[in-house]
Ligand binder design. Structure first.
Ligand code: 0A1
Ligand code: ZN
Length: 876
């Protein structure tokens, strides 16, 4: 456990380190019950800092859960009076401005359940050092501005661990006595400790090659346990595409002779960009048509790209401190999002990203943990790997791209990489490079880095028939967030167009532009378009040009018109969402009312529109999710939301059953599975149709889904059909049972598919009761040490609006029990899994009180980790 009363760390207190570490030589002697780590550090006083003359500051190293075996300074073994072991630190007295420090520590990877530092997953050794995990391996300056050249020697049993990996290039290997062997790796690039990695295991690999733009030959390897080796091809293809794309779009070339990816089952996050040795959650690498859905294929492509892109945005140029996390994450998410847009449907990628942001990041921004993309303080940095830092951070970079234009943006990134290569930089450095390269003043834009909260843009308009002038007034405000009562106006790029009565785009200016990006900087601004023959309909925030909420009083007719005529796919989709939200909210308030017929007709028109892009059409036909409805509600009434949404879905399904069936039949043809955009669009649309059909209360509809399940030749279709049968309006419990058992029997050997088997049950409104979830926790295939299993079963349950929010609060009590239990084992997962409770203030009073009680019970526990402590204390 960490401190009893955790300390807050502030950005304003940042100070450069007293010492640098020029080189780091590590030797890992791995055994079955412990590991011995020898670290030899060449230390150098930071000459740029001023110290009291004639004195050398003591060296304070970070270290947690370590047994110190020995300590030598310039060859001399240090006695107890020359160093001090305090909580989380080792303080060493210093005699010379440069010196060599040798530290030997004993650690117990086998007992490491936090999955930070060196640990074991399915019998293999692996590491996770971001953000502050390296200090669980050895005493070190575990901060990202201390960059060092690492050499790593790994020694282990040859029989148990034939593969020994670390960062960089292998420079030596050999056999030792007692069946032991070693490999030495050298990474020539300076890096902070959080990018260190080591793997030792009985692994197989697939191998490929890549020739870089300057003609260098790079070996590519993906390692996994042997039974999964046939599932790595998609990740390899994705890696090669990413390498080429980064050369073409950013001019960035890979820099080592080898690039490796290792898949592990026990991992706290998705993946990690360690230099030359990316470690991945197996769920983000492994895919075969029979075991992975289209969504998984796309996720793998995106995450492989994300980690690869970090080689420049994160590794070559890293972060000065953890407050700058969005410097690497926001920028890298932007890079991977553009990559995915280029590889797949650009319109759909934008819709999906904006939808995630509006549903989950807006909720974070409105909750107790709200923070700017560059936070000003934290207790536990692991709590700040958030949607705000990543996804809103990406939107902030995207806005710079929009404001500067692609050409100037590229000049800016070239300058940034050039200026800061080999350095630990700040968000300010990034913005400055953008300004210097483009000449655009981003002074006001910087508020996006320092102010939290989601701005609200209220738009009103006025048309003067006599002059033909159309006035569009945009006002902005931003709600208070913890510690930030008042906000200054943001610089918001607002993409707009105007539609005339025929649905044609009107010229907006003398140059005849039909689309424009306005730079809104004041709290209120008016934009005038001349020469309009009738009152136009505005298309606002096109392509979701800024992470803001837009309030404009669209009538239902306006929305139907935009759904049909807008040329911006994001806004066509958004019009659909707005119509859906309005219809569902109306039923939340008045459940007895009939479903809005205009909405039913509008969805019918989308179903019937044969000319529409299938991928966009599938997105448009998806009603707003329960989570998104909850985010938009002033007061959340969970059960009313579920019931209202269901009623709307059923009304659409019943009204358009024949058309949905016809479209389903048209799209339901057998072909060899390929995870390519056109095929994915067809499968998605087909399965959206099946989803609607299973909302019709007829046996033949559920039979159709069962048939798809039985006949499926790929996981996308089988999994979609399973979901449809489970949720179907026409209840056939025997069929549900048959399919769940069949699914289990088919895939019980596949851990990643089993994750989904747990999630499909715990998140189901029909099946996922607290009792069911408790029973599943006892299932043979459940593994309480696996973050993936916990996220699937417990996380799936917390998304289950029906049963998590069940009357009496047993769902909340169950979650509180899990958090308390898990906090001792894996604080990062414990802290993340409790997020839904932290939103208690938005619920109706009874529910809200029960959620608060559960949080208070967690708060009362002694010795909470810093992770859970911070979240629970900020939430109450
Ligand atoms: N840098 C990784 C994310 C990551 C962060 C923390 C981790 O462990 C606590 C693991 C991974 C990325 O952005 O992909
Ligand atoms: Zn990242």
């Amino acid at each position: 456990m960490k401190d009893a009363q955790p300390r807050t760390i502030y950005l304003k207190d940042y100070q450069a380190p007293d010492y640098w570490i020029d080189t780091t030589h590590l030797t890992f002697d791995l055994h079955e019950d412990y590991a011995l780590v020898t670290s030899v550090l060449q230390m150098r006083l930071n000459g740029e800092k001023e110290f009291e003359s004639g004195t050398l500051p003591a060296l304070t190293l970070h270290g947690e859960e370590l047994d110190l075996v020995s300590l030598h300074r310039d060859g001399e073994e240090l006695e107890g009076d020359q160093y001090q072991l305090a909580k989380g630190t080792l303080i060493v007295s210093v005699k010379q401005p440069t010196f060599e420090l040798q530290v030997v520590t004993r650690i117990r990877p086998q007992e490491n359940t936090s999955l930070e530092g060196l640990y074991k997953s399915n019998g293999m050794f692996c590491t996770q050092c971001e953000a502050e995990g390296f200090r669980k391996i050895t005493y070190y300056l575990d901060r990202p501005d201390v960059m060092s050249v690492f050499t790593t020697k790994v020694i282990a049993s040859q029989a148990r661990y034939p593969v020994l990996l670390a960062n960089g290039n292998a420079i030596d290997k050999g056999e030792l006595e007692n069946d032991r062997h070693y490999v030495t790796w050298e990474d020539p690039f300076k890096k902070p400790s959080y990018l260190f990695a080591l793997v030792a295991g009985d692994l197989e690999c697939i191998e490929d090659r890549f020739t870089t733009m300057s003609g260098r030959d790079v070996t590519l390897k993906i390692f996994t346990e042997s039974h999964n080796i046939h599932k790595c091809d998609h990740a390899m293809v994705s890696l090669k595409k990413s390498m080429r794309w980064d050369e073409e779009v950013y001019g960035r070339e890979y820099d080592l002779d080898i690039f490796m990816i290792v898949a592990v089952d026990h991992f706290n996050m998705g993946a990690m960009e360690n230099k030359g040795l990316n470690i991945f959650n197996s769920s983000c690498v492994l895919a075969s048509p029979e075991t992975a859905t289209d969504a998984t294929y796309q996720r793998i492509e995106a995450i492989v790209a994300h980690e690869y892109f970090h080689n420049w945005s994160g590794n070559r140029v890293t972060c000065r401190d953890w407050f700058q996390l969005s410097l690497k994450e926001g920028f890298t998410v932007f890079r991977d999002a553009e990559f995915s847009a280029d590889m797949n449907s650009r319109g759909v990628k934008r819709i999906q990203d904006a939808s995630l942001l509006r549903t989950a990041q807006f909720a974070e921004d409105a909750g107790p943990m709200a923070h700017p993309i560059r936070p000003e303080s934290f207790i536990e940095i692991s709590n700040f790997y958030t949607l705000t830092v990543y996804e809103k951070g990406c939107e902030v970079v995207r806005m710079i791209h929009t404001i500067l234009g692609a050409g100037q943006f590229r000049k800016g990134t070239d300058l940034y990489f050039d200026r800061h290569d080999g350095e630990a930089a700040t968000c300010e450095d990034f913005v400055k490079a953008m300004e210097d390269a483009s000449g655009v003043d981003l002074t006001q834009f910087r508020h996006w880095y320092s102010q939290a909260g989601t701005p609200v843009m209220t738009v009103t308009d006025k048309y003067d028939a006599e002059s033909g002038d159309y006035h569009l007034t945009i006002a902005q405000s931003c709600p208070a967030t913890p510690g930030q009562e008042q906000k200054k106006p943001f610089h918001i790029p607002v993409g707009i167009a105007l539609l005339d009565e025929q649905g044609q785009l009107l010229p907006l200016n003398a140059a005849g532009d039909k689309e424009q990006v306005l730079s809104i900087k004041q709290s209120e601004e008016t934009f005038v378009v001349k020469g309009c023959k009738s009152k136009p309909l505005p298309s606002l925030l096109r392509n979701f040009s800024a992470p803001v909420r837009v309030r404009y009083d669209y009538s239902k007719d306006d929305l139907v018109f935009l759904m049909k005529h807008d040329t911006d796919s994001f806004n066509r989709w958004d019009a659909c969402q707005r119509l859906g939200v309005a219809a569902i909210e109306q039923l939340v308030e008045q459940p007895q009312q009939a479903v809005d017929p205009q909405l039913v007709d509008a969805f019918g028109a989308v179903i019937a529109d044969a000319a529409m892009d299938k991928a966009v059409k599938a997105e448009m036909l998806c009603l707003p999710s329960e989570a998104s409805l909850a985010e938009q509600a002033d007061v959340i009434q969970p059960l009313a939301i579920v019931a209202a949404r269901k009623k709307v879905k059923q009304a659409i399904a019943v009204a358009h059953k024949d058309a949905l069936q016809a479209l389903y039949n048209e799209l339901n043809h057998e072909r060899v599975y390929k995870p390519e955009a056109a095929d994915i669009a067809e499968r998605t649309l087909k399965n959206v149709c099946l989803g609607y059909l299973s909302a019709v209360n007829e046996a033949e509809c559920v039979q159709l889904a069962a048939k798809q399940y039985d006949d499926a030749s790929n996981m996308t279709d089988r999994r979609a059909a399973l979901g449809c049968v489970i949720d179907a309006h026409y209840r056939d419990e025997a069929l549900v049972e048959r399919l769940l058992t069949d699914f289990y029997d088919r895939y019980k050997g596949n851990s990643n598919v089993m994750d989904d088997w747990f999630a499909v049950q715990s998140s189901s409104a029909e099946l996922g009761t607290v009792e069911k979830v408790k029973a599943l926790m006892q299932h043979d295939s459940f593994d309480s040490t696996s973050p993936n299993k916990l996220r699937s079963l417990i996380g799936g349950f917390t998304r289950n609006m029906t049963h998590f929010h069940t009357a009496g609060g047993t769902g909340y009590e169950f979650l509180a029990d899990r958090v308390i239990e898990l906090d001792k084992q894996n604080p990062q997962v414990a802290s993340r899994i409790m997020t839904p409770l932290t939103r208690w203030k938005k619920f109706e009073p009874v529910t809200s009180g029960l959620m608060k009680n559960a949080l208070e019970r967690i708060k009362a526990v002694h010795n909470l980790s810093t992770d859970v402590y911070e979240v629970v204390n900020k939430s109450l």
